[in-house]
Design a protein around this ligand. Structure first.
Ligand code: ADP
Length: 332
């Protein structure tokens, strides 16, 4: 498979730039403050803190925060995800091997299968898991008591979590897109770690095209570094940033190829909508979930796309951005 291999160097590069402690984590002041209280109180009592649910679009720091939670608690971290757990038994195996105080990071928790989800409720609430021994009519469930542990769940779609699961989390935080100022701070920190010279204006330019997302800011920084190394003089100047972002087709609003193809399909193929998510996703050759969680939150936030009960619509700035004229309003 091409994807994992192609993603691997990106993952390694990303890991190197992760903040390790809460005070290195840029922005999200309210979440940081609340989380710091939860963690300090737990440390003071010598107990595992309440389970934590982190929600928000990809790349805003959910995995990083899970790692920070474990680090701040001096606990070890287990990482798994909803799609990686095929059967309830897989989750039972993970849970029954947890040690006291461990942090279990469950990424994409909204994608857990129903039986695993039900097992998780009980484990989170009563620190108990029923291990099924044997098969068919002879099978029996042996209850196993678990040591106290903390689940950190992450989801891009909090709305999809069933209420009983959501209620098991004592602390829920929603991560929001970052301001350009905050992204500049992320970039300056990352440039320091990468040992490259980043001009303040270049930092501003990259930040403003990073869709409010630290992962994208760091990725663009690495692409600008490549450009500066190969075609420039090694320094990350404003000109280098602009030239590199043009090569990588990131436009002046930070829209990338997927964002633009969603807008393009909405305006040119569907006359501005409304059009259903699935139809739109087919038109751009992507999974509906990718369009909904990766492209849409930013397009909606930027006022380019609207969500209506009848589907997605292109708003006037979308037409303008593509250099098209919006059709005159019809009806009343
Ligand atoms: P998510 O799990 O929400 O998809 P990650 O935690 O994997 O996002 O973050 C993606 C990248 O962005 C990481 O490499 C991390 O270095 C960086 N990052 C995210 N949030 C912050 C932040 N608040 N401060 C600094 N870097 C951040």
């Amino acid at each position: 498979m091409v994807r994992p291999a192609a993603d691997e160097p990106e993952r390694v590069a990303e890991a190197a730039l992760r903040p390790r402690r809460l005070d290195e984590f840029v922005g999200q002041r309210v979440v940081r403050d609340q989380l710091s209280l939860v963690l300090q109180a737990a440390l003071g009592r010598g107990r595992a803190p309440d389970h934590v649910l982190l929600s928000g679009p990809p790349g805003l720091g959910k995995t990083t925060l899970a790692m920070i939670i474990a680090a701040e608690l001096g606990a070890s971290l287990r990482i798994t995800s909803g799609p990686a757990i095929q059967h309830a038994g897989d989750l039972a195996a993970v849970l029954s091997s947890l040690e006291e105080g461990e942090v279990l990071f469950l990424d994409e928790i909204h994608r857990l299968a129903r039986p695993a989800e039900e097992l998780l409720y009980v484990a989170m609430e009563d620190f108990r898991v029923d291990v099924v021994v044997g098969k068919g009519a002879g099978a029996s469930a042996i209850p196993l008591t678990l040591p106290p542990f903390t689940v950190v769940g992450a989801t891009t779609r909090a709305g999809l979590l069933p209420a009983p699961l959501r209620d098991r989390f004592g602390f829920t935080a929603h991560l929001d897109f970052y301001s350009d100022d905050e992204l500049e701070r992320v970039l300056v920190r990352s440039a320091g770690l990468l040992g490259v010279e980043l001009d303040a204006r270049a930092a501003g330019e990259i930040a403003s095209r990073s869709r409010g997302t630290p992962r994208i800011a760091n990725r663009l920084l690495r692409r600008v570094r490549d450009w500066a190394q190969v075609r420039g003089d090694g320094r990350l100047s404003l000109d280098a940033a602009r030239a590199a972002l043009e090569v990588y087709e990131v436009d002046d609003r930070g829209l990338d190829r997927l964002d633009r193809s969603v807008l393009d399909a909405l305006c040119r193929r569907f006359g501005g909508g409304p059009v259903g998510l699935t139809t739109l996703a087919v038109a751009v050759g992507e999974e509906p979930e990718t369009v909904e969680t990766v492209a849409e939150p930013f397009l909606v936030r930027e006022g380019l796309v609207g969500r209506t009960p009848r589907g997605r619509v292109a708003l006037p700035p979308a037409w303008e951005h593509l250099g098209l004229t919006a059709p005159a309003p019809t009806g009343t």
